[in-house]
Design a protein around this ligand. Structure first.
Ligand code: GLU
Length: 293
């Protein structure tokens, strides 16, 4: 009898070209690359450029230059999210057809005002694990006639997941296997903490959460290695994978590289960019040491 061919492990580094790569990205990219090599697997690079207002070809070119300088090689062609919009649309449509998402019309200003009014009335407004106030229930509670009227009037809207409904439809606790630098082992997902997450925006055809699960499945990703800042987002990803019947990868959320102020690095801090370290004459080997690798 033929042995069932074992799938090669597939790792991916998935930066957004909306700024220069910093040391945290270097750590992520190197870990993915090295873990893929050690496992005899494949290393993919994915360009997460859904947000066309902030992503530029120059930043994308910078990513290629920085990664090549670090000595990494990746499979080509790279997947660019902007070239796969129909895939995210299909996923969204399937959720619309099952009544698991709703059109969300509140503007940023309206959300702020609702939250402020809620707080003023004495009840603390719930926040998601990133500290953002949960989306108010107004749009979820609209009836069909009202929704249709607003959609027919051409009002700008996003699509949000009806979290309670989505959890009820899945109907079982969700877990993931974690091997990273924080909590490890079998992790119980808590998607409810995120409230009605956005799956497509009025100004962008998909959201991070939706495109990341669609892409990981489309590329056969078996190992997701990324920063601990995305640990809690995995709860949403597990829920979407369950709803869309997508396979579940293994997860490894690695330590974050902090700036001198002890805060997470951000892309706007150009001085910590990889290109800057290169200009200052650092070698890739020194950079690896600086990262504790
Ligand atoms: N594109 C995300 C970022 O640059 C990473 C997404 C992921 O690894 O799941 O932060």
């Amino acid at each position: 009898m033929n042995a069932i061919p074992r799938q090669k492990p597939i790792f991916r580094f998935a930066p957004s070209p909306n700024g220069p790569l910093h040391l945290g990205h270097a750590l992520s990219a190197i870990l993915n690359h090295d873990m893929a090599n050690e496992a005899g697997g494949r290393f993919l690079l994915r360009i997460e450029d859904i947000d066309q207002a902030r992503c530029t070809p120059e930043f994308e070119a910078g990513i290629f230059t920085d990664l090549a300088w670090l000595g990494l090689s990746w499979e080509k062609p790279v997947r660019r999210q902007s070239e796969h919009l129909p895939a995210y649309q299909d996923a969204l449509q399937s959720l619309i057809a099952r009544d698991l998402v709703y059109p969300a019309f509140l503007t940023r200003g309206e959300v702020k005002a609702r939250v402020a009014a809620g707080v003023a009335s004495g009840s603390p407004w719930p926040r998601d694990p990133d500290g953002t106030p949960l989306y108010p229930p107004d749009d979820r509670l609209r009836n069909e006639t009202e929704r249709k009227r607003l959609l027919d009037a051409g009002l700008k809207h996003a699509w949000r997941l009806d979290m309670e409904q989505a959890i009820a439809v899945v109907g079982r606790p969700l877990h993931w296997q974690e091997s990273g630098d924080g909590e490890r082992g079998d992790i119980l997902a808590n998607p409810a903490a995120w409230g009605d997450v956005v799956l497509s925006r009025s100004d962008a055809p998909s959201s991070y959460h939706l495109s990341v699960v669609v892409d990981d499945a489309a590329q056969g990703v078996t190992h997701v290695v990324r920063g601990l800042d995305l640990f809690h987002a995995t709860s949403v990803h597990r829920l979407l994978q369950a709803l869309l019947d997508l396979p579940q990868p293994l997860y490894h959320h690695h330590r974050l590289i902090l700036g001198e102020d002890g805060k997470k690095l951000s892309k706007s801090e150009r001085d910590t960019g990889i290109a800057e370290w290169r200009r200052q004459g650092w070698s890739p080997a020194e950079l690896r040491r600086r990262l504790g690798l």
